[in-house]
Design a protein around this ligand. Structure first.
Ligand code: ADE
Ligand code: ZN
Length: 345
C-alpha cells in the first residue's frame, strides 16, 4: 500500500505557501535579510512546533513569515514547495497566499505575487506541475482591510483564480466578509473559505449561503449537522480536508478518530491536503500514509481522494481531462497488489 500511495498522482487544493516555510529556509532568509528570529537553530524551531489549538499555531506562523522580504524570497519559498510536490507526485496544486501578512509589514503586493508567479511558471515548464493561486483574506482583520487587499489584487486578476478566507475562525464568521466576497465574485474571482475547522457547522452553512463558495476548506465539523451532511452529499460541494493539520491543532485527538474516511464512504467529495506542511509534520504523501496507517482503506478509496480532487479543482477543462486520464491509467495498472493477488473491487 505504501508504494501505491507514494506513486499515486496527487492534486493538492489546500496549501498555504507561508505554511511550507521549512525552518532551514527560515534561517537562511533571516540571515540573508538580517531579520532576527527568536531561535538558535532549525532544530530549536521544530521543537517549538507544539500547538494546543489554531491560535497557538497562527502566532508562530505569522512570526515565521517575517523573514520573507524580497521577491526572490517568495520565489525560493514557492520553488522549494514545488520540488516537494515533484517528490510526492503532486501534479496540480492550488496555493493559498495571505497578502495582508506581508503588506501589513510594508512588503508590496507585487513583490509577493511576482515571486510566487515566477516559481509557478518554472514549475509548469520544468516540472510539469500545473497550479493556481488563491488569495486569502485574514478573517481576524476587518472588512476594510479585505477590501483594500481586493483592490490591490485587481491588476493581477489573471494570476489569481479565487479568493479565500483563513486565520482565526472562532468569532470571525463568514458574515463579516459577505460584502467583500460579493465584490470579489463581481470582479470575476471564484471563492472558497475555511469553515468548520474550529468554528461550528453553522459557519459551513453560512460560507455556502452567504459567501457562495465553490469549496469549503476543512469542513470536518459538518458532522454536527446531519442535514448539512446530506446537502454536501447531494451537491458534491467539496471539502479540502487536512488530516495531519487536524491532529496537530487538536481538532481530533487521534488519526483513528479522524472522520475523513467516514465522510468519503458517505459520498462527500472529500480530498486530502497538507495545509501547512512545514509546521504539521508532513506533505501530501505523509498525509495519505498517516491516514492509511490509522484506517483500513482499499486502493479504490485511496484513489478516490485524487479523483475527488480533480473534480473539485479549478483547473481548466483541458487540464482536468489530462489529470483524469493519467489518474485512470495509473489506477487501472495499480489497482491490484500483484504480489498478493489482492483486489479491493
Ligand atoms: N492559515 C494557515 N493555516 C490555517 C488553518 N489551518 N486554518 C486557518 N487559517 C490558516
Ligand atoms: Zn488552511
Amino acid at each position: 500500500m505504501e508504494s501505491f500511495i507514494r506513486a499515486l498522482p496527487k492534486i493538492e487544493l489546500h496549501l498555504h505557501i507561508e505554511g511550507s516555510l521549512e525552518p532551514e529556509l527560515m534561517f537562511e532568509l533571516a540571515r540573508r535579510n538580517q531579520v532576527s528570529i527568536p531561535f538558535g537553530s532549525a532544530a530549536e524551531v521544530r521543537a517549538a512546533y507544539e500547538f494546543s489549538d489554531l491560535q497557538s499555531f497562527l502566532d508562530i506562523y505569522y512570526q515565521g513569515a517575517n523573514v520573507l522580504i524580497e521577491e526572490q524570497d517568495f520565489f525560493d519559498l514557492c520553488w522549494a514547495y514545488l520540488l516537494r510536490c515533484q517528490q510526492d507526485n503532486v501534479v496540480h496544486s492550488e496555493i493559498f497566499f495571505d497578502p495582508q501578512t506581508h503588506t501589513d509589514r510594508g512588503i508590496a503586493f507585487d513583490t509577493v505575487i511576482d515571486g510566487l508567479q515566477r516559481a509557478l511558471e518554472q514549475g509548469r515548464t520544468e516540472l510539469g506541475i500545473s497550479s493556481q493561486l488563491i488569495m486569502c483574506f485574514l478573517r481576524h482583520l476587518d472588512e476594510d482591510s479585505a477590501f483594500d487587499t481586493l483592490q490591490q489584487a485587481l491588476p493581477h486578476r489573471n494570476k489569481i483564480i479565487a479568493v479565500g478566507l483563513d486565520s482565526a475562525e472562532a468569532g470571525n464568521p463568514p458574515q463579516k466578509f459577505q460584502r467583500v466576497f460579493e465584490a470579489a465574485r463581481n470582479a470575476g474571482f471564484l471563492s472558497v473559505a475555511h469553515a468548520g475547522e474550529e468554528g461550528p457547522a453553522g459557519y459551513i452553512r453560512d460560507a455556502i449561503d452567504l459567501l457562495q463558495v465553490a469549496r469549503i476548506d476543512h469542513g470536518v465539523r459538518c458532522v454536527e449537522d446531519s442535514e448539512l451532511v446530506q446537502q454536501l452529499v447531494a451537491s458534491r460541494l467539496p471539502l479540502t480536508v487536512c488530516p495531519l493539520s487536524n491532529i496537530k491543532l487538536r481538532v481530533f485527538d487521534t488519526m483513528q478518530q479522524h472522520n475523513i474516511v467516514e465522510l468519503l464512504r458517505q459520498g462527500l467529495c472529500v480530498t486530502v491536503n497538507s495545509d501547512d506542511p512545514a509546521y504539521f509534520g508532513g506533505y501530501m504523501t505523509d498525509n495519505f500514509l498517516a491516514l492509511a496507517a490509522a484506517h483500513t482503506m482499499s486502493r479504490d478509496e485511496i484513489a478516490r481522494f485524487s479523483f475527488n480532487a480533480i473534480e473539485a479543482s479549478f483547473a481548466d477543462a483541458g487540464r482536468k481531462k489530462q489529470l483524469e486520464s493519467s489518474l485512470r491509467e495509473f489506477y487501472s495498472q495499480n489497482k491490484a497488489d500483484n504480489n498478493k493477488g489482492e483486489s479491493h473491487e
